[in-house]
Ligand binder design. Structure first.
Ligand SMILES: C[S@@+](CC[C@H](N)C(=O)[O-])C[C@H]1O[C@@H](n2cnc3c(N)ncnc32)[C@H](O)[C@@H]1O
Length: 268
């Protein structure tokens, strides 16, 4: 049973609907699970280049929990890694199957991972736990730590305060994740946030004000795209000078006692 919030938000139900809307976007090669705008494409490029590439350098095997339509799995597989995906939405997994027919995929209930302890060299999430209420996110995190042999890489929106800023989105302090990972025997090794705070806020304002009746995953109007681009350009000037207090954050952890390997290449 997928975790739910008090107001009835259920991640499994919500994301299955998003996946179906993504399917309806005329069969374009979708690698973005939600709204496909210039900002989210740019954020994704920066995520791959600045956060995912260094986190996974030298890894052989990665399980992505909440893999969505499979863009990250394709990127990792293209770098020679053996990958596996798990998601609460069957339609998201159908997207992955079309993109990567040979990759092992598992439909999960949103809480438990049906894998043995320490099954994967590394386990990652990218913008998944932020879409789960605290009890559900905490439970999934414990499962992620259980099935990870050496490393866990979380890429989640964080902020300097805890805030549920929309029905499906919980901003948390990095400390929230660090504390829970410590409870299950993992130590933090890297923490880094993308410098996109003002652009993130600009995109959220345009989403809230400029696209009434729009549901996440649907095609975005060209008007919203245009406004987002111009406001985003102005916001990027702010991001270049101000320290970033909110946004996508890499939080990498190592199992206590496991050797560190990022710089010199990992050994199995
Ligand atoms: C914003 S999308 C991100 C997809 C992918 N990680 C990426 O970066 O492109 C969130 C994904 O997490 C999945 N998800 C959300 N909560 C989940 C849970 N509790 N267990 C498994 N998958 C979950 C959703 O179905 C969706 O595919």
């Amino acid at each position: 049973m997928s975790p739910s919030a008090d107001d009835g938000y259920i991640p499994g139900t919500y994301w299955e609907r998003v996946a179906r809307r993504v399917s309806a976007r005329d069969g374009e090669a979708n690698v973005i699970a939600g709204d496909d705008t210039t900002f989210y494409r740019r954020k994704r490029e920066l995520f791959l280049e600045r956060l995912l590439a260094p986190a996974t350098e030298g890894l052989h095997e990665v399980l992505e929990v909440g893999c969505g339509p499979g863009g990250n799995l394709a990127w990792l597989a293209g770098r020679g890694m053996s990958v596996a995906g798990a998601d609460v939405s069957p339609t998201m997994l159908e997207h992955v199957r079309r993109l990567l027919p040979d990759v092992p995929l598992t439909h999960i209930d949103g809480r438990q991972l049906p894998f043995a302890d320490r099954s994967f060299e590394a386990v990652m999430t990218a913008t998944v736990l932020q879409h789960n209420p605290p009890d559900g996110a905490g439970e999934l995190l414990t499962e992620i730590a259980r099935v990870a042999d050496r490393e866990v890489h979380l890429f989640e929106d964080t902020a300097w305060l805890c805030l549920r800023d929309r029905q499906s989105h919980w901003l948390r302090l990095p400390r929230w994740y660090v504390r829970r990972m410590a409870e299950v025997g993992f130590v933090p090794v890297v923490q880094e946030r993308l410098p996109l705070a003002a652009q993130e806020v600009a995109a959220a304002l345009v989403r809230a004000a400029g696209d009434r009746g729009h549901h996440e995953g649907e095609r975005v109007t060209s008007r919203r795209q245009r406004v987002e681009v111009s406001l985003g350009q102005a916001a990027s000037v702010v991001d270049a000078v101000l320290p970033t207090g909110v946004g996508l954050t890499r939080m990498s952890f190592r199992r206590a006692g496991a050797p560190s390997g990022e710089k010199n290449g990992r050994q199995r």
